[in-house]
Design a protein around this ligand. Structure first.
Ligand code: MG
Length: 254
């Protein structure tokens, strides 16, 4: 895998926004992270373990309420589709008192925990295979240091030639803003028409790369957290695959 570092250059020629007349020549594959290279639900469950431990240690709980009972309650609310008020719903069900401060502490512990997640074998194999033919990069939204921990723990730090954490630009530059993509391509000194973005979330992932003129491929994992359809034509991916194993062939068809 490539461990090259990008370099800024005054000779950079810029990147065009016009597709070439004779189809695409893809040189660079930019990946999303969560639910693209691993199952995001694994990260959520890892965070719920930390939250369960915190509550078990910090609160006066009835004897029956062990760490695992709290963990299972958090998982159940998450898996039933509650993705925004999971902590509140679990606390309500468990009958535990809480206020905004307790919830804020739980959110902080969740976002700052060092996750127990592993890179699926399929992802490792496909990344290794693609690295022989393409330049690889990563662009991910989400809170720091959560995203940095994920990259580190999954062993992906040296896999990509460049990594763009959009959070470092400011939260207003999370997808679907185009700035992160533009900066990443500038670092790589690649033209948009030679790049493809591979991601999972049709609600927000493809708007910016489509707008810039990049190719887009949606990976639809069976256990994905987000399954909203595209909300506008610009949000639709150019191609859809059901597993990363289908990516090498899909890249050749662009
Ligand atoms: Mg994602």
């Amino acid at each position: 895998m490539s461990g090259r570092l990008f370099q800024w250059s005054s000779t950079w020629e810029g990147y065009g926004h016009v597709a070439p007349p004779h189809g695409r020549s893809i040189t660079t594959v930019v990946f999303d992270l969560d639910d693209t290279l691993y199952d995001e639900a694994d990260y959520c469950r890892s965070g719920f373990r930390v939250i369960a431990r915190f509550l078990h240690n910090a609160m006066h709980l009835p004897l029956w309420m062990d760490e695992d009972a709290i963990y299972q309650t958090l998982c159940r609310h998450f898996e039933s589709g509650n993705r925004t008020q999971t902590f509140n719903a679990a606390m309500d069900e468990l009958g535990l008192p809480y206020d905004d401060e307790v919830i804020a502490t739980m959110v902080r512990l969740y976002r700052e925990h060092r996750p127990q997640i592993t890179l699926p074998q399929e992802s490792a194999e496909i990344l290794e295979k693609l690295s022989r033919r393409y330049r690889l990069a990563l662009l991910t939204d989400g809170y720091l240091p959560a995203q940095q921990y994920k990259v580190e723990v999954l062993g992906l730090a040296a896999t990509f030639e460049a990594i763009m954490y959009t959070e470092t630009l400011g939260r207003s530059y999370w997808k679907p803003h185009t700035k992160g993509f533009e900066m990443l391509l500038k670092r790589l000194r690649q033209r948009v028409e030679n790049c493809v973005y591979v991601a999972d979330n049709a609600e927000k992932d493809f708007i910016a790369p489509n707008r810039l003129g990049m190719a887009t491929i949606q990976l639809v994992r069976p256990h994905r957290v987000h399954d909203s359809p595209p909300t506008e034509p610009l949000a639709a991916p150019r191609a859809i695959i059901a597993s990363l194993n289908q990516l090498p062939a899909a890249l050749k068809r662009l």
